[in-house]
Ligand binder design. Structure first.
Ligand SMILES: C[S@@+](CC[C@H](N)C(=O)[O-])C[C@H]1O[C@@H](n2cnc3c(N)ncnc32)[C@H](O)[C@@H]1O
Length: 276
């Protein structure tokens, strides 16, 4: 891959961000620069484009933008990713969630659905799924189409089953799937209470009130100021004493944020909203 820094000048990068914002309404100006540069370099390499070709396509070819978006966003995900997180959720959060009559969960930046379905499996095993609803959202429509299908290759299921083992949960991942020839389909009872739709964390607003929000492995791509704006969105989307899960790769040290949330698990970045 070409060196990301060499592939675009600062002025070219700014120009691309402006075009995408003005023409397509997506604002990437607060994405972390190094990662954004790397992704652009990747698009240029995969599609064999020079800067001017890329600019031309972004301006003149509306269909190209979707392809661009798919390459720009990092969609790597797994079921029961970071198993220790699910262990903490199981012991520290689920007992509290079980006291609600209705449990609404928002999985923000859900990619191809693995995280949302992992939460559905956990709630199902705790006999809470029937009174729960899980909203999986992402900026990228293509990954959401995969999520809606809920079908994963057997190779992936095998590695997800290993993750599941490390969560210490009592069941077995494969109990939640119907095996097909070289893939596995998530059981329809898990899909029934799960809805996937487009939501852009940068420009879209509060759309419901949740008992739990999980947004893991997403903040790492955002600059601090943008992270704070999204934390505000999450604060306003949580019910009093609702939970926010940011995952073990985030480091948020804002004083304003600290006053608004109590730390439930430092390592996994699980917080509880303080106040109304
Ligand atoms: C690395 S994946 C994380 C998937 C999952 N949460 C996990 O931890 O496995 C990051 C996801 O965030 C999504 N994303 C990036 N920018 C976003 C935005 N502004 N609004 C909503 N989703 C976004 C990407 O499309 C991608 O699917």
């Amino acid at each position: 891959m070409p060196d990301a820094k060499e592939s675009l000048t600062d002025a070219q990068l700014t120009e691309l961000i402006d075009i995408v914002k003005k023409i397509h309404g997506f604002d990437f100006s607060d994405y972390t620069e190094a990662s954004f540069r790397r992704r652009i370099a990747r698009v240029m390499m995969i599609k064999k484009l020079e800067f001017y070709d890329l600019k031309h396509l972004l301006i003149n070819n509306p269909n190209f933008f979707q392809e661009f978006l798919e390459e720009i966003t990092v969609n790597v995900t797994e079921m029961f990713r970071d198993p220790a997180f699910y262990k903490s959720l199981h012991t520290q959060v689920i007992p509290y969630l079980s006291t609600y009559q209705h449990i609404k969960v928002w999985c923000a930046g859900c990619s191809t659905g693995e995280e949302a379905y992992s939460l559905a499996i956990l709630l199902n095993e705790e006999k809470l799924l029937k009174r729960s609803f899980i909203y999986g959202t992402d900026i990228n429509t293509e990954v959401l189409n995969y999520a809606k299908k809920g079908i994963y290759s057997l190779r992936k299921i095998k590695s997800y089953a290993e993750n599941y083992l490390f969560t210490g949960l009592p069941g077995s991942l494969t109990d939640h799937f119907t095996m097909m020839y070289d893939a596995a389909a998530i059981h329809s009872e898990l899909k029934q209470n799960t809805l996937f739709s487009v939501h852009n964390l940068i420009s879209d607003t509060v759309f419901n009130e949740f008992q739990l929000i999980s947004c893991r492995n997403v903040f790492i791509y955002f600059e601090t100021e943008l992270q704070h704006r999204i934390l505000d969105l999450f604060y306003n989307s949580l019910c009093p004493l609702g939970y926010l899960c940011l995952g073990n790769k985030e480091t948020i040290r804002s004083d304003i944020f600290r006053k608004k949330f109590k730390v439930i698990n430092q390592k996994e970045n699980i917080y509880q909203k303080i106040g109304s």
